[in-house]
Design a binder for this molecule. Structure first.
Ligand code: HEM
Ligand SMILES: *[C@@H]1O[C@H](CO)[C@@H](O)[C@H](O)[C@H]1NC(C)=O
Ligand SMILES: *[C@@H]1O[C@H](CO)[C@@H](O)[C@H](O)[C@H]1NC(C)=O
Ligand SMILES: *[C@@H]1O[C@H](CO)[C@@H](O)[C@H](O)[C@H]1NC(C)=O
Ligand SMILES: *[C@@H]1O[C@H](CO)[C@@H](O)[C@H](O)[C@H]1NC(C)=O
Length: 333
């Protein structure tokens, strides 16, 4: 009896060692090795948001752009001592939040040197950003390791704002994400934050290639068209930023999906989610929920979005002994 118990214990132990050496993401990966890791990141995000209320969308977008190139491995953070780093790619235009990630890393290195990866800091910061903007709170998986590659060419297959729906679907499928994930993550995340008029020029003035004032996406709600054209005039300043969700810009809610249904989505890629029968149904499954009907009909958007974020956070992760734990986030060790 005792022998059998002992044997099972040893077997369990061996299995545990195998799973650790193989490595995997898990909630609370740093609970023993750096117990304050999550609270340190949270307070950096909180303080940065007090200084600049636009930090939550910035940090959320940063995680997406990290995960879609070489997996969620902090490759987007590399700015130093590399020729042609990934961050120089057009697809990453306007991506920010580096300073805040570097700040969190500095703090973490003083408490637990060499333990917490930059990729995990980005994932934790995105989670905290969503919550600060009024979105769901969720347990974030950690245990990612930092990548050792950053090259501008590797960003070539990022989704583009002017992509058609089939291209968007296949770019997400290539990352192991479903069409529902596409709707939730891109259509859903664009409930906060802003876009530069730069990204609107084709949609507003050159949609079919005719390049004139009236060559706009016909799917734009006719009442919204003059409003958005006024915000982003044809020969105006392309750096001007406009809210992605014109209704509740700073609140993380399901409004951006309602906007898609109403033809008032700002980005072309969001509007395209209504071109396809399946993705349209997914949009409607959230947009059609009557917010005034009480608990029974409350949209499951927030919880579904959180699940999709966890899934996105698993793309191409390096675990176990792959990659490295960077000393600073903007440079390889
Ligand atoms: C189909 C895929 C996607 C496309 C084509 C796309 C495109 C864009 C573009 C063009 C902007 C404006 C950028 C700027 O002017 O600085 C933007 C902003 C943003 N995107 Fe996406 N996006 C996609 C998916 C996602 C996903 C999956 C997330 C997060 C889960 C995300 C989060 C954000 C956020 C939060 C902003 C606002 C950033 C800010 O205010 O600084 N996007 N996106
Ligand atoms: C980049 O390389 C230079 C010269 O080797 C070095 O002094 C500097 O500290 C490096 N920068 C980072 C962030 O590692
Ligand atoms: C308008 O679109 C056409 C076709 O895609 C392209 O050749 C042309 O350069 C665009 N014009 C501008 C001003 O971007
Ligand atoms: C655009 O359409 C408006 C109204 O339909 C018309 O008055 C105007 O001349 C058109 N502009 C161009 C450049 O085609
Ligand atoms: C749809 O968009 C128009 C134009 O912005 C707006 O006036 C209207 O209230 C919106 N309708 C819904 C149901 O959101």
């Amino acid at each position: 009896m005792n022998n059998a118990k002992g044997f099972i214990l040893i077997l369990f132990h061996i299995l545990q060692i195998i799973s650790i050496s193989k490595g995997q993401l898990k909630v609370g990966f740093y609970s023993q090795t750096c117990p304050n890791a999550e609270s340190i990141v949270k307070s950096v995000v909180k303080e940065a948001t007090l200084v600049n209320p636009q930090m939550p969308p910035v940090l959320l977008r940063l995680h997406f752009h990290d995960c879609f190139v070489e997996g969620c491995d902090g490759s987007i953070l590399i700015t130093e001592n590399v020729s042609n780093p990934e961050i120089g790619a057009n697809a990453h235009q306007g991506v920010e939040g580096f300073e805040q990630i570097n700040d969190a890393k500095k703090e973490l290195e003083t408490q637990c040197p060499g333990v917490v990866s930059c990729a995990d800091i980005v994932a934790m910061a995105a989670r905290d950003a969503i919550f600060l903007a009024g979105g769901p709170s969720y347990n974030v998986e950690t245990g990612r390791r930092d990548g050792k590659i950053s090259n501008i060419k590797l960003a070539a297959d990022m989704p583009d704002v002017d992509d058609q729906i089939d291209t968007l679907k296949s770019k997400f499928r290539n990352k192991g994400l479903s069409e529902k994930d596409l709707v939730l993550l891109s259509g859903g995340a664009h409930t906060i934050g802003t876009a530069a008029c730069f990204f609107m020029s084709k949609r507003l003035y050159n949609f079919t290639g005719k390049d004139n004032f009236n060559d706009s996406d016909p799917k734009i709600n006719p009442n919204f068209l003059p409003v958005i054209k006024n915000q982003c005039p044809k020969d105006g300043d392309f750096d001007v930023r406009i809210p992605l969700d014109a209704v509740t810009s700073d609140k993380f809610d399901d409004q951006s999906l309602r906007n898609i249904k109403n033809g008032t989505a700002v980005l072309s890629s969001d509007a395209r989610l209504y071109d396809d029968e399946f993705t349209r149904q997914v949009v409607n499954s959230y947009a059609d929920v009557d917010q005034n009907l009480g608990l029974k009909k409350v949209s499951s958007f927030a919880q579904d979005f959180a699940k999709a974020m966890v899934k996105m956070g698993r793309i191409g992760v390096k675990v176990g002994s792959d990659g490295e734990i960077r000393r600073v986030c903007n440079s390889f060790n």
